[in-house]
Structures are given as C-alpha cells and as structure tokens.
Design a protein around this ligand. Structure first.
Ligand SMILES: NC(=O)c1ccc[n+]([C@@H]2O[C@H](COP(=O)([O-])OP(=O)(O)OC[C@H]3O[C@@H](n4cnc5c(N)ncnc54)[C@H](OP(=O)(O)O)[C@@H]3O)[C@@H](O)[C@H]2O)c1
Length: 311
C-alpha cells in the first residue's frame, strides 16, 4: 500500500496526462511528489536517469513521459518515435529495477493492439495480428514496454503495471493541426466556428467510424487506483467501454456549443479503422470504472480552453 507520505516520482508531469496525474495526486493528499523538468533530466540519458532513481529511490514510479503525437507525427517521425520511446521506458523501467523500486505504472495506448481484430478489444488480443502501419514504430515501442514490465514481474517479482487508455481529451491536450487526436481536432473546429461565426465545419471521411474517448482525469484516477493495488495481470485496458460515431461526437459538440452548424463530410479523406473500442471488463472486475460523463468532461475542457485563450 502506498501511503500519503511515500515518495512518488512522476515522469512527464507537464504533459496532458502527467499534469492530470499531478493534480489528482495532490488532491488525494500525496505529499511527496517528485518531478523534474526535461532541462534538468533528459530521460534519454541513461546514466543520469539511473543516478536520479538511485539517489531519490521513490516508492512508486509513474511513467507518463513519452514521445507522443497524432498520425502525421507518428508516420513522418518514425525513427524518433521508436527510438525515444524505447529509450525513455528502458531507462526508467530498468533504472527502477536497479534501484530496487518495486512499484511502477507504465502508460501506453490502445494502438498497441492489432488493427483487424474483433471489438471490444481484450488484453489477450495483444500480438495476435498486424499493427496499423502509420503508428507501428510507436506501438512496437509501447509493446516492448509492456513486455519489459511483464517479464520483470515474472523474473524479479516487481509490481510493474501497464495501463492502456483509449483516446483521451481534457485540459492540456494537443490541439496542433497536424498532431492532435480526432476529438481535440473536433473541439477546436467547433470552438473556432463559434468564435468566427462560421456556418459549417468539415469532418474527414464519412463520420461513421466509431471511437471511444475518456476524460484525462479518469486515466489519472485509474493511475492512483492501480498504484495502490497488487494485481496478477500486468496489462490493463482503461476506457469507458462505450463508443460513438465521429459524426455523433460532432453533433453532440455542436449542440453543446448551442450552434446550428452544418457538417460537411470530406469524402476524399480516408475513414481509418471502422471501430476502436476497448473491453474494460478486467479494470471493472478489479474495482475501477471511469466516472466522468461526456458533458462534465467537455465542460471542464472548454473552461481550460477559455482560460488559456488558446486559438
Ligand atoms: N491512448 C491515448 O490516447 C492516451 C491518452 C493519454 C495518455 N496516453 C499515454 O500517456 C503517456 C503521456 O501522453 P500525453 O498525451 O500526456 O503526452 P504529452 O502531453 O506529450 O506529454 C509527454 C511528456 O513527456 C515529456 N518528455 C518527452 N520526452 C522527454 C524526455 N526525453 N525527457 C524528459 N521528458 C520528456 C514531455 O516533456 P516536453 O513537453 O518538455 O517534451 C511531456 O511533458 C504516453 O505514453 C501516452 O501513450 C495515451
């Protein structure tokens, strides 16, 4: 059991997920959260990471640091995505083992699963088929991270867990035109349509593919929940267990913004995978469930956007 006074090292505390975990840990009363800026500790530097972990010897390590991006970045910076993710996770996971740190949470994403499998996706479907080409380097690195944790648990009796979330949204998301996930892109389009009084928005493809999304604070909640538990399984899916079509999300957001926008479908653009839904029975059976409704999640996301006056 992790007590409120134990030292917790959170890698990637300034990121979309890392900042949500930092807030949740604080709110839950954890007093000893260790963070360090990239300028002081580049996680690609093995020697420095090993020294840092040895010197600080936290009770728990949370790996929310990674090279992350949308399809475009994944596809065009393929070498960077595989090298940096493998290196960051190897340094932190092996460094934790060397410093006899028994508890670690590693994050990946649902793209570790093969593209042509039945839905909802269970943890057992890992490595049962071909990956999506565009994010194969990222997925391969994340799969290696899962296998690293799994095999350290088997050989060294560590308690290293891998949480695999579906698409997330929420504060500190990436809204870059080339790098964002579909839901951030949709929120941005409708936000800008309201700001500039536009009459329509464009979505890529038919709008029919179905996607599952989760509010980032719910992933942070899962992190704290599983950090405090010993589980037999290393790999755990984190999602809501529900999905909607991209067009339905667009309609929902348009209504939410109280707008009367037309949705133009750009049929020259591909649809991508028809459905991406995680089976979250394992997480649920271990006592964890996503709690935030879409309405509440979007409300908080928009407050954050308004505060930052982003676009
Ligand atoms: N399936 C999903 O949609 C989903 C959702 C949420 C999270 N996740 C997983 O959660 C993790 C974090 O994702 P995110 O969305 O929070 O990404 P993010 O916003 O890009 O944050 C990543 C963090 O890692 C830091 N970092 C990257 N390279 C580093 C290095 N060499 N040394 C030190 N720090 C470094 C970044 O710092 P700088 O900005 O200074 O580079 C940033 O703070 C990823 O593993 C991701 O797969 C997945």
């Amino acid at each position: 059991m992790v007590s409120k006074n134990h030292k917790i090292f959170l890698a990637g505390h300034k990121g979309h997920l890392g900042s949500a975990i930092f807030k949740k840990l604080k709110k839950a009363g954890f007093k000893n959260i260790l963070t360090i800026d990239k300028s002081k500790l580049n996680l690609l530097n093995q020697e420095k990471v090993f020294k840092f972990l040895k010197k600080n010897k936290p009770k728990v390590v949370i790996v929310a640091a990674a090279r992350v991006g949308g399809i475009h970045a994944n596809n065009t910076q393929r070498a960077k995505f595989i090298y940096e993710n493998l290196t960051i996770q190897n340094n932190i996971i092996h460094g934790s083992y060397l410093s006899e740190i028994k508890n670690l949470i590693f994050f990946g994403s649902s793209c570790i699963y093969p593209k042509n499998i039945s839905k909802p996706i269970t943890e057992k479907m890992l490595l049962t088929g071909k990956l999506e080409y565009t994010n194969e380097p990222y997925a391969i690195a994340k799969i290696a991270g899962v296998k690293l944790c799994e095999n350290y648990n088997l050989q060294y009796k560590t308690n290293y867990k891998c949480l695999m979330p579906c698409n997330s949204y929420g504060p500190n998301d990436n809204y870059d035109n080339k790098n964002s996930h579909f839901i951030a892109a949709l929120i941005k389009k409708i936000y800008l349509a309201k700001k500039y009084k536009k009459k329509q928005i464009e979505i890529w493809g038919t709008g029919k593919p179905k996607r599952e999304i989760i509010f980032v604070d719910d992933i942070a909640d899962a992190c704290i929940y599983f950090m405090n538990r010993k589980t037999k399984k290393t790999l755990i899916n984190i999602g809501t267990g529900k999905d909607l079509s991209i067009e339905s999300y667009a309609k929902y957001l348009i209504k939410f913004f109280n707008l009367n926008l037309k949705i133009k479908k750009n049929l020259n653009m591909p649809d991508g995978i028809k459905r991406k839904l995680l089976n979250v029975n394992l997480a649920n059976s271990l006592g964890w469930k996503a709690k935030t409704s879409l309405k509440d999640g979007i409300t908080i996301t928009l407050k954050d956007l308004n505060k930052k006056n982003f676009f």
